[in-house]
Design a protein. Structure first.
Length: 174
């Protein structure tokens, strides 16, 4: 199947209410996922010129925000599995973007190199440009309300997940 998925043109709210009943909340999550997917693709298209992608940028940003972060904490913060993070960090280390240093016990600590800082600055500029384009029709008040809504969804989903006791909460060690 060589067809590329096109962005949904129908109103998801109309689809969710198609049978005239109460809104099917599944479509809210689906809409959020589709929007995130399209935004990620748009950002990655721009970052390709820098030889990176949003996943690598997120890792670099988390290292910048948490210098000396352990591998386990970095994986959680960057929404990656330990294996995926390990592969990405090795690639970034080979490119001279990050430094890995021994920590306590078996822990490995991560730091940005000067090249990593430079790439992150350029990448974040491009990411912010795309975000500005995509969000240009929204006022600051609408964006603040949207951000609050996303945080509420995140908090409630984390509570549901914690109740299921499937994963440990994110804890960042200094």
């Amino acid at each position: 199947m060589d067809e590329k998925r096109q962005p949904e043109t129908r109103s998801l709210s109309a689809v969710a209410l198609a049978d005239g009943k109460k809104l099917d909340r599944y479509f809210v999550g689906l809409g959020l996922k589709r929007a995130q997917h399209e935004l990620r693709l748009a950002i990655n298209a721009e970052l390709e010129a820098l030889g990176t992608n949003i996943s690598h940028v997120n890792v670099l940003r988390e290292i910048e925000q948490h210098p000396g972060v352990s591998s386990a904490d970095l994986a959680r913060l960057a929404f990656l599995t330990a294996q995926t993070l390990g592969q990405q960090v090795i690639q970034m280390q080979e490119r001279g973007l990050v430094e890995r240093r021994a920590g306590d016990g078996r822990k490995i600590r991560h730091y940005l190199s000067a090249s990593g800082e430079k790439l992150l600055a350029g990448a974040m500029k491009k990411v912010r440009e795309i975000d500005t384009q995509v969000l240009s029709d929204f006022s600051d008040d609408e964006l603040a309300a949207l951000l609050d809504t996303f945080q509420t969804i995140e908090r409630r989903a984390a509570a549901v997940r914690a109740d299921a006791k499937r994963f440990a909460p994110v804890v960042v060690e200094p």
